[in-house]
Design a protein around this ligand. Structure first.
Ligand SMILES: CC(C)(COP(=O)(O)OP(=O)(O)OC[C@H]1O[C@@H](n2cnc3c(N)ncnc32)[C@H](O)[C@@H]1OP(=O)(O)O)[C@@H](O)C(=O)NCCC(=O)NCCS
Length: 236
C-alpha cells in the first residue's frame, strides 16, 4: 500500500534498540496461548499460514507465498543474527499443544523509514482458528509486553494526522509515542480487535490497490493508533 500521508518532525520515545535476541526472550503465557520468539523450526507452520488465501489477502501483495523459500525469506527477517534484535514479532501457539496458530508483532520499530513513521503492528492467524478470541488474547498480552520495553528519546518524522492540531506548539514539539495499525476497511474482524484493545480509528482514505488481482482498483484503508499516554486524536 503506498503512502498517502504527510510527515511532520516530532520529539517522542521509541523502544530502545536492539531488542533482546530470540534466545533471551521469555515466552509470554496467557490463559490459552504461549507467545514466544520465532524459530527456524516454525518454517512449515509459517508456510501453512502464508499459503492460506483468506489470510494473505490482507497483506500488501495480497497473494500467498509461492514456495517454501519465500516463506524462509520472510522468517529470516525475525531470526538471528540480525532479524530478532531489529524486530519484535512473535509466534502465537496454543498452550495446550504447542501448535503455532498465528504470528504477530512489530516489524518496523526503527520507525523512521516506515510510511507513517510510528511502529506498526500486524498479526495473522490460521483460518481454522478464527473466531475463538485468540487474536484478541494475543493483542492484550503483546501490548503489555510492548509498552514494558525500555524507551529511548527519539526525534522522528511521523504522519501528521497522528498529531492533533496545536499539540506540538503547546507541548514543545513533543508527542506521546504511538503504535499504529492499518486495516482494509472490509476487514471487520481486525478492526474489532483493535477497537477492543484500546486503539482509536482516526483516518480513512482510498488509494490504488497494490494487491495482485486488484489492479486498477482502489482500496479503502483505515488507520488506527494506540497512544502510550492516552492522547486523543483528531478524527479525519
Ligand atoms: C483478523 C484476525 C487476526 C482475527 O483473528 P481471530 O482470532 O478470529 O480474532 P478474535 O476472535 O480475537 O476477534 C475477532 C473479533 O472480530 C469480530 N468479527 C469477526 N468477523 C467480523 C465481521 N465480519 N464483522 C464484524 N465483526 C467481526 C468477532 O466477532 C470478534 O469480536 P467479538 O469478540 O467482540 O465477538 C484473523 O481473521 C486473520 O488472521 N485474518 C487474516 C489476516 C489479517 O486480517 N490480519 C490483520 C491485518 S490488519
Amino acid at each position: 500500500m503506498a503512502s498517502s500521508s504527510n510527515l511532520i518532525k516530532v520529539k517522542t520515545t521509541l523502544p530502545q534498540l536492539p531488542f533482546l535476541p530470540n534466545a533471551d526472550r521469555k515466552p509470554i503465557q496467557t490463559e490459552r496461548l504461549i507467545i514466544r520468539a520465532l524459530a527456524q523450526d516454525d518454517l512449515h507452520a509459517l508456510h501453512q499460514l502464508r499459503t492460506q488465501p483468506e489470510v494473505m489477502i490482507f497483506t500488501r501483495t495480497g497473494r500467498i507465498d509461492g514456495d517454501l523459500s519465500e516463506t524462509q525469506a520472510r522468517l529470516d527477517k525475525f531470526l538471528p543474527p540480525t532479524g530478532d534484535i531489529e524486530t519484535y514479532n512473535m509466534a502465537v501457539c496454543l498452550a495446550a499443544t504447542g501448535e503455532m496458530v498465528g504470528i504477530g508483532g512489530v516489524h518496523n520499530p526503527g520507525a523512521c523509514s516506515d510510511e507513517f513513521g510510528w511502529p506498526e503492528i500486524g498479526y495473522q492467524f490460521n483460518r481454522e482458528h478464527w473466531g475463538r478470541g485468540y487474536a484478541t488474547e494475543f493483542m492484550r498480552a503483546f501490548l503489555e509486553s510492548w509498552w514494558a520495553i525500555p524507551r529511548a528519546e527519539a526525534e522522528i518524522e511521523v504522519d501528521l494526522h497522528t498529531v492533533p492540531a496545536g499539540y506540538l506548539l503547546e507541548n514543545g514539539g513533543r508527542v506521546p509515542e504511538m503504535l499504529v495499525a492499518v486495516v482494509d476497511a472490509v476487514n471487520m474482524g481486525s478492526s474489532r480487535i483493535l477497537q477492543k484493545t484500546g486503539f482509536e480509528c482516526y483516518r480513512e482514505w482510498k488509494e490504488p490497490d497494490s494487491r495482485a488481482g486488484f489492479e486498477g482498483q482502489d482500496v479503502a484503508l483505515v488507520e488506527y493508533a494506540f497512544s502510550s499516554k492516552g492522547m486523543k486524536l483528531d478524527v479525519q
